[in-house]
Design a protein around this ligand. Structure first.
Ligand code: HEM
Length: 206
């Protein structure tokens, strides 16, 4: 029987997502290299340490703008409702493979992750600008720059931890990577993980 598919992401949405994801990877690599001496060798990926330092903030701006586009595409799908709270409370059961609640386009975990990403992006961008030599850092006193860098590193660590969970969940829930690679999911995937979204998309009962 032919597989029944639902479109979840357009090509433009997927390109947007992967631009943000690649920026994140380069930012995490260079950021960890600046933060911790044991990772300094990672600057070699950019050619020289100086080049890594120069491009890091520019890649940050590209990631921020790319994520801003994602924010305006998805924020209205990420408001947490009663069914999501049910899902969050029963997350242990979900881990065993038994979905809980009448879940829409995203589940409680995805929505929480979305708002974590939003918070981290705003802090990273604001504090990154304050610390950006030679362009903006001169406008701020040194203690402010130090505080900005502390917050920058904290937000970066939170985002890195969050993205590890995001990627793990995407691989672990079979059929999810296909949504961001080919743009489609199967009816079975949608029915199991996002029953309300399945009904909205197909007009059928799950
Ligand atoms: C690096 C490897 C990454 C992989 C393999 C990955 C994978 C995925 C997949 C498969 C989805 C679709 C989930 C679904 O529709 O149910 C998704 C959604 C999404 N991803 Fe990623 N992702 C990665 C990195 C990132 C990064 C770095 C960010 C931003 C900081 C990001 C932001 C998002 C957002 C905003 C969504 C939409 C979910 C929502 O609105 O709640 N992803 N990702």
């Amino acid at each position: 029987m032919k597989e029944q598919l639902i479109q979840r992401y357009s090509a433009a949405e997927r390109i947007n997502h992967w631009v943000v994801a690649w920026c994140f990877i380069f930012l995490a690599i260079s950021g960890l290299a600046f933060f911790y001496p044991a990772f300094f060798w990672l600057t070699g990926i950019f050619g020289t340490p100086q080049l890594a330092r120069i491009v890091h903030p520019f890649i940050g701006v590209v990631m921020f703008l790319g994520f801003a586009r994602q924010f305006f595409r998805y924020y209205h799908h990420n408001f947490i409702n009663k069914e999501d709270v049910k899902w969050m409370k029963a997350v242990g059961e979900v881990m065993k493979g038994n979905e809980v609640g009448d879940i829409g386009r995203y589940n409680g975990g995805q929505k929480g992750m979305f708002w974590l990403m939003v918070g981290c992006m705003v802090v990273l961008m604001a504090t990154g600008f304050i610390a950006w030599r030679p362009y903006f850092a001169g406008l701020f006193p040194i203690p402010v720059i130090r505080l900005a860098l502390l917050l920058h590193a904290s937000a970066a660590l939170a985002l890195i931890a969050g993205i590890i969970v995001h990627v793990y969940a995407a691989i672990w829930v079979q059929g999810t990577i296909r949504a961001m690679a080919e743009g489609v999911v199967t009816h079975a995937w949608a029915k199991k993980h996002h029953p309300r979204w399945f009904r909205e998309m197909t007009g059928r009962k799950s």
